[in-house]
Design a protein around this ligand. Sequence first.
Ligand SMILES: *Cc1c(COP(=O)(O)O)cnc(C)c1O
Length: 403
Amino acid sequence: MDYEQFFADKVAALKGEGRYRVFADLERAAGSFPLAKNHREPGETEVTVWCSNDYLGMGQNRIVLEAMHEALDKSGAGAGGTRNISGTNHYHVLLESELADLHQMEAGLIFTSGYVANLTTLSTIGAMLPDCVIVSDSLNHNSMIAGIRHSRAEKKIFAHNDLDDLRKTLDEIDAGRPIMIAFESVYSMDGDIAPIKEILDIADEYNALTFIDEVHAVGLYGENGAGVAEREGLMDRIDIIQGTLAKGFGVVGGYIAGSAALCDFIRSYGDGFIFSTAIPPAVAAGALASVRYVRAHNELRELHQERAARLKSRLTEEGIPVMPSVSHIVPVLVADPVLCKQASDELLYKHNIYVQPINYPTVPRGTERLRFTPTPLHNDAVMDEMVAALCQVWTQLGLKAAA
Ligand SMILES: *Cc1c(COP(=O)(O)O)cnc(C)c1O
């Protein structure tokens, strides 16, 4: 077997399909977001970033940076171990209690990322609950799918946000078996939101545990930024809320919030929690400062929503096909992988506007799109500039107008 040839062929196949991924070599500039430097041959250019998941610009927030500097100077670079073996720092303890309080739960548990939080929590529960069935939304994130698969529990998939199909799926399960329903609140590629209340009502009928991924909602929805479940007054009905510290909160790390018994169970049995070094104290301190700040600044959330609504209406006015989204995510349909990449390249290289093409397998084939994420820091001037450039690229490439 020619291993090198095998690897190269696999990559060539992606290129042939037009969905080979090229990273933009960016240098973020704290204080200037959404502007960033793009390192590309032959020189550097300044670009406006339109696809960041640092949804509120918390990655450059002064108070967050100060907290990180202070903790770095006080505690040094790394945590020094896994949580069990010398890695638990006071900032971790404070952060977990802040997150529990944010979600009005008994306890919180932090992980090195949201991905690891999903993988570990779902796999541990699925593996250990005897004869458990995991019922999973068809558009759940890869990290949830990985957790479910790793659990080796029986998995049943229901059609995305489809309550009738959820009920039908649950009806097929023998009475008495433990069930966990796993879903998200905001789905990040379409910007739609799950019917959380209805799912919880059904879960009650079938005595199922509920696991919700609020990664694209924490910091962004609800009076305190605890997510869509907070906005809808449903947090106390959910068993496990999972979130990230990397998107709305602008730092890195993931977590769950739930009952004391549940969090203690995952802390004690979850491989991805036990066997990996804790996040650095400075990261925990930054995340803690960010959660506290975001909780107290609802006006950030209001401005965030206003910016997203404004962008949707500007693009619609121009006949650009914005996909229906009820959230802060503004997906624009291109429906072809090659054209999608071309549109993104034109915007980047000719107009210094950075929006990454979203292709299969992140989204289904034929629904390739540009996914815009306006933040409170995208003012009218940069928005006008971007819309004008996008219109020009749309005409130039002969892309479809809105129906
Ligand atoms: C990004 C993402 C995650 C993973 O979170 P990280 O903190 O980036 O690892 C989990 N779920 C969803 C839906 C995501 O989009």
